[in-house]
Design a binder for this molecule. Structure first.
Ligand code: FES
Length: 114
C-alpha cells in the first residue's frame, strides 16, 4: 500500500493509504489541512496541491480538473486537485498550497492558532 506524505501547514502528515481513495479523502481522514470548499465535486480550486513526488503514477487530469485549476493561484506543472486525484500503488509527496491551507482554516476556525 502506498505512503502519502502531506507537507505544508503546521505538521507533516504521513499515512499508508488505500489505493483508489482521493487525496482529499485521505487528507480528511488523517488530519491534513486540505481545503474543500465545494465538498470535493470539482467546482472550486481550494483542494489545489502540488505533487512533489510520485505524480507520474497518477491518471492524467480531466478537462474539468484543468478548467478548475485555471481558477487556482500559483499553478505549476505539478498542480492537481486533491478531490480528483486517486492514489495508485506509488508513494506520493503532496505539498498543500497556501490557498488550500487558508480555505481549510476558513472551514475549520477552531484550528486557527492564537
Ligand atoms: S474540493 Fe472543490 S475542486 Fe476539489
Amino acid at each position: 500500500m502506498p505512503k502519502v506524505k502531506f507537507i505544508g501547514g503546521p505538521t507533516e502528515v504521513e499515512v499508508v493509504a488505500q489505493p483508489g481513495l482521493t487525496l482529499l479523502e485521505i487528507a480528511e481522514e488523517n488530519g491534513a489541512r486540505m481545503g474543500s470548499a465545494c465538498g470535493g465535486v470539482c467546482a472550486c480550486s481550494s483542494c489545489h496541491a502540488w505533487i512533489l513526488e510520485g505524480g507520474d503514477s497518477l491518471d492524467e487530469s480531466t478537462d474539468a480538473e484543468e478548467d478548475r485549476l485555471d481558477m487556482a493561484f500559483d499553478v505549476r506543472p505539478s498542480s492537481r486537485l486533491g478531490c480528483q486525484v486517486r492514489v495508485k500503488e506509488t508513494d506520493l509527496v503532496v505539498q498543500l498550497t497556501e490557498e488550500s491551507l487558508q480555505t481549510f482554516l476558513n472551514e475549520h476556525p477552531e484550528h486557527r492558532e492564537g
